[in-house]
Ligand binder design. Sequence first.
Ligand SMILES: NC(=O)c1ccc[n+]([C@@H]2O[C@H](COP(=O)([O-])OP(=O)(O)OC[C@H]3O[C@@H](n4cnc5c(N)ncnc54)[C@H](OP(=O)(O)O)[C@@H]3O)[C@@H](O)[C@H]2O)c1
Length: 220
Amino acid sequence: MDKPVGFLGGTGIEGKGLALRFALAGVPVVIGSRSEERARSAAQEYNTFLGKPLLRGMVNRDMLASAGIVFLTVPADHAVAAVEACRDDFPSGLILVDVTVPTQIKEGRVEYLERKEGSNAELIAAHLPDRVRLVGAFKTVPAHVLAELDTPLECDVFVCSDSKEARGEVMELAKRIPSLRPLDAGPLGMARTLERMTILAIHLNRRYKKKGARYSVVGI
Ligand SMILES: NC(=O)c1ccc[n+]([C@@H]2O[C@H](COP(=O)([O-])OP(=O)(O)OC[C@H]3O[C@@H](n4cnc5c(N)ncnc54)[C@H](OP(=O)(O)O)[C@@H]3O)[C@@H](O)[C@H]2O)c1
């Protein structure tokens, strides 16, 4: 059996949406949290939602010990603290998938929160031990659409990493979710563009009074 996919901070809407989609696709899923109680309660809630006991919940440390690929689904501003707290728990060769997008509200508008490293992904990379391979992905896929299981995603997911192998593994994993097409976006630095694309999607939602703007590339 495949190693489970884990979620570091899987108790929020982004973790929930991705976890539900993967669980439905037959991928074993472990929800991680700083609190065992919150992890178990989230897993129970998601299982009730699915009507099947497909997910397990455990503290982040135990989740990291059992998962093969782990999604970092914490608020962008807390990502560094979250990875620092788990530093000693990251197994060698772990693939960590960063979905974070740093935003701020300025004069009532959602704006990109600039990072001197260029992107949140590169900021996180600077705080990770060498044994962890970081991948940026799913940054442009809206969380609430992921969590609406009746809504086909019908979009592309851009995957970037400085590890070609890790990028390939995350693309293979993403393919498990129906109506989602992974596209190889190249090195981790491409997260600078991807994170800003999410800001554009948020602006489009507001302008067109929609909620689920996402990207689908034609010609590829
Ligand atoms: N909303 C979207 O459409 C969308 C799209 C693409 C990407 N994203 C990204 O998805 C990420 C998650 O969003 P969300 O709304 O699901 O987040 P959230 O609900 O605010 O937080 C998710 C979980 O992160 C954990 N957490 C919070 N602070 C932490 C810390 N200091 N250390 C460790 N864990 C911490 C908490 O879990 P415990 O308390 O249980 O540990 C919390 O339940 C964000 O970075 C966002 O930019 C969102």
